[in-house]
Design a protein around this ligand. Structure first.
Ligand SMILES: Cc1cc2nc3c(=O)[nH]c(=O)nc-3n(C[C@H](O)[C@H](O)[C@H](O)COP(=O)(O)O)c2cc1C
Length: 457
């Protein structure tokens, strides 16, 4: 018994060293499992993972270039909401401060000097998107060089009955007959004041313009709405735009005829000159008084465009936007909504606007900038307008289709094209030959005038 007990003792003693490591593993294992299993650490790791993925999702969402803002949200809005609801949704999102933004920076090649001011890039938002000045800050953050709000009318008015905006998706176009729904001057004035005093970065080189329309109830030939607009909104804008080209207010486009336009722009200019001078730089203003620009239709013929050029020179206003929407319906439109009444914008408008711009450019000296607008959706489109003499471009419809990354994409496309050609936007937009051409035209005009005088003699 004793011997057996001794053997047993010995055998266990012999086995012990062999078991020790195998016992030590579970002990170590047990201690590391409990380390990772500690609820505190698990929670911390979980929270960190959540934070990291939250930060990644936020960064992705906030970058206007993210694919979701191009390929998911805009098409989704188009199929789930009607065109006006989608428009309202976009404005509200941009006004909320929770919208994506342009996280890139503007290449120097994009700069252009306009009226002595260096604009950081020539890609601007056209009127009609932010009619009531609700989302100015959000729009600037998307990287537009220039944002235009309006059209604003003196009195608040509802505009035309709905439906009044239509997608022509197959044609990358829209038709609208909004008819200037507007909250009116007083509310826009207070929104502009609050933006200028609280939100605008005074050192930002971006421009803010206000587009002025007229009430439907005002007599068609009256200019008082515009004059009131210059007086009321002028002190709050870098640029004032006189809109005589929207097709949805009866009689409005008639103001483009020579006689009426002279009266309108003379009165507007006089009112602008009477605005109290402001100190340049206060609230980000670039000039002592706002610049005055007229926005015209793409449907004018050469004689009418020549008249516009003459009136612009005669009244001394500062520039022209070419163009608003068209009342034409090019025969190649294929969308079901093509026959809706209203103004057509987007891709099918491009050749009409471009042609009007080229014609007008030939009659205006390079010192009067023209801003191209109509169907611009790529850097190549923008450059085509620049080559036709546009100092900067505006867009609306492609922004609706392409989403908030459109300004950044167009800017990038312009830069890569300019880099290939070894040039800059400014050199393309205001080439030397343009000045020569204009001088020749002016010389021709002088000759004609001299001939007329001789004939009278
Ligand atoms: C829905 C909609 C509303 C518009 N509202 C206005 C407006 O109130 N005032 C104005 O001057 N232009 C207005 N426009 C015209 C645009 O500013 C721009 O001149 C025109 O759409 C051509 O540019 P696009 O082809 O890039 O859209 C509107 C355009 C659209 C599509």
């Amino acid at each position: 018994m004793q011997l057996r007990a001794h053997r047993l003792h010995l055998s266990s003693a012999v086995r012990t060293p062999a078991r020790t490591p195998s016992r030590s593993i579970p002990i170590r294992h047990a201690s590391s499992t409990s380390f990772y299993n500690s609820p505190g650490l698990r929670n911390t790791l979980g929270a960190l993972a959540l934070l990291a993925s939250g930060a990644a999702v936020t960064a992705y969402y906030l970058d206007s270039r993210s694919a979701i803002h191009r390929y998911v949200i805009p098409p989704l809005l188009r199929v789930t909401l009607d065109a006006e609801q989608a428009h309202r949704f976009a404005v509200r999102t941009l006004a909320s401060g929770l919208a994506p933004r342009d996280l890139g920076s503007d290449d120097e090649k994009l700069q252009i000097e306009i009226w002595g001011h260096r604009l950081p890039n020539p890609v601007s938002l056209a009127a009609g998107f932010d009619k009531d000045a609700e989302a100015i800050e959000g729009l600037f953050k998307l990287g537009f060089g220039w944002v235009e709000i309006g059209s604003v009318t003196p009195k608040a008015q509802p505009g035309n009955p709905s439906p009044r905006v239509f997608h022509l998706s197959e044609d990358l176009a829209m038709i609208n007959r909004y008819g200037f729904p507007s909250v009116g001057f007083p509310l826009v004035v207070s929104r502009l004041r609050s933006f200028l005093s609280l939100r605008r970065d005074p050192s930002s080189p971006q421009l803010l313009s206000v587009n002025v329309g007229k009430n439907k109830s005002s007599p068609p030939e009256s200019v008082t709405d515009y004059v009131e607009g210059v007086r009321t909104l002028g002190p709050l804008a870098d640029v004032l735009v006189i809109n005589v080209s929207s097709p949805n207010t009866p009689g409005l486009r008639g103001l483009q005829t020579r006689g009426l336009l002279v009266g309108l722009l003379t009165a507007a200019r006089k009112e602008r000159d009477a605005i109290q001078k402001r100190e340049i730089g206060t609230q980000g203003f670039k000039w002592e008084r706002p610049k005055l620009v007229v926005k015209i239709a793409p449907d004018l013929n050469e004689v009418e465009l020549q008249d516009i050029a003459d009136v612009v020179l005669e009244t001394g206003i500062d520039g022209v936007i070419v163009s608003n929407t068209t009342i034409q319906r090019p025969p190649h439109l294929i969308s079901g909504n093509a026959e809706e009444k209203g103004g057509l914008s987007g891709a099918p408008l491009l050749p009409l606007s471009l042609s009007a711009l080229r014609t007008l450019r030939a009659y205006l000296p390079a010192s009067v900038p023209i801003f191209g607008c109509g169907g611009i959706s790529t850097g190549a489109d923008a450059l085509e307008f620049a080559r036709s003499g546009a100092s900067a471009v505006q867009l609306y419809t492609s922004f609706g289709y392409g989403g908030p990354g459109v300004p950044r994409r167009i800017k990038d496309e312009i830069v890569s094209e300019l880099a290939k050609e070894g040039t800059t936007w400014e050199a393309v937009a205001i080439p030397g030959h343009l000045r020569e051409e204009v001088l020749m035209k002016e010389g021709e005009k002088l000759r004609r005038a001299a001939e007329k005088l001789k004939a009278i003699d």
